[in-house]
Write a protein that binds this ligand. Sequence first.
Ligand SMILES: Cc1ncc(COP(=O)(O)O)c(C=O)c1O
Length: 445
Amino acid sequence: MTHVFHRDPRNRYPVAVRGDGAYLVDADGKRYLDASGGAAVSCLGHSDRAVIEAIQRQLDVLPYAHTSFFSNEPMERLADVLVERSAGAFGKVYFVSGGSEAIEAALKLARQYFVERGEAQRRYVIARTQSYHGNTLGALAVGGNPARRRQFEPLLIEATHVSPCYAYRGLQPGESEAAYGERLAQELEREIRRLDGDKVMAFVAETVSGATLGAVPPVPGYFRRVREVCDRYGVLLILDEVMCGMGRCGSLFAYERESIVPDLVTVAKGLGAGYQPIGAVLASQKIFDTIVGGSGFFQHGHTYLGHAAACAGALAVQQRLHEGGLLARVASLGALLEKKLRAAFGGHPHVGDIRGRGLFWGIELVAERDSKRPFDPKLRVHAKLKKEALKAGLLCYPMGGTLDGVRGDHVLLAPPFILEEGQMDELVAKLGAALDTVVQTAVAA
Ligand SMILES: Cc1ncc(COP(=O)(O)O)c(C=O)c1O
């Protein structure tokens, strides 16, 4: 009998005891190829010596010093690296311990920025349906997944939602991608105006949609138009790159491909790569200067922000990405993965869409390809796929409710940047076998 309040107490979890490159090993010695990095976390695999030793070295000299008394060296150096790599987009980094905390801090920074500017009426946040920004109350409030929000609705701050950029289902017949992006930007503009324009403080979006939509990149030009609309109404643009950032999509920040810069960007997961829990918000100099030039102090803080060992781990991750050349592998490895996924599943009768960027891929499953009809949610295709893949020794990240929080199934893939071609073949073969087993029973049902 366990005394742990597990995520799903109905489930009996195998016990992970060891990491070995792209694999995790359980207490029975079974090996699992980690094709999703948990939830897009373990970008360097599970046994990177350089990162482990950097953390050990930091623990030997200074594990922790509360940031209300001290700064610490790894935190200063990590901030230098992130700001430098943002090429002038951001001036400051606020460190936290994970993705939800990063979103909370970003929302509060946005709010305080406007209060300091004398625009205290700005209080609304607009986000997108089918988004996921975390499970703390502020993050849940901006998230657009009805199933996750429903029972907590009375506790959530006011946020409204516009359509995501989801070409597979959102693009209308005959509509160009440019026209689709324009239509979505107009929807955002209408929503800002409906909320009286100057009462809106921020628009929050995942640059490449992750957990709840399944690795959906935006159509070209969408974010440029979003940026214009935000600027027109003085609304801050917060991009959530907790999942898609830190190299996952082939560039350190996913927004680099969109020819825009946000006002705030949140990162986590790949920042610590699973070696330490850490997240961060990068803030534009304008936001920082406004707060420092106003009250002088960001009214926020957590006990573990800027944790020295966590920052040392994340700094070593940055070194592996840049000097170690791992970030440079993502684009070519991603192109190879795409090729293999399209070859294996492109003609599959129950695969409706294969989309993604870098080493971040989503496969949307359908009951019928032509009509894009999803499986009956009662069949719980995604849950069965997770179980079947696990049985075969493959960790992937399937999710249900892709279309509207209830209907739709997809599987997310986010393998480590150290993946080898043979392991990629193992991934595709195991996923294919698990998928076939699951859809055969679903179709027979
Ligand atoms: C885009 C995005 N934002 C925020 C979060 C929340 O991060 P955490 O689980 O570290 O709190 C997640 C987690 O999956 C995420 O994918």
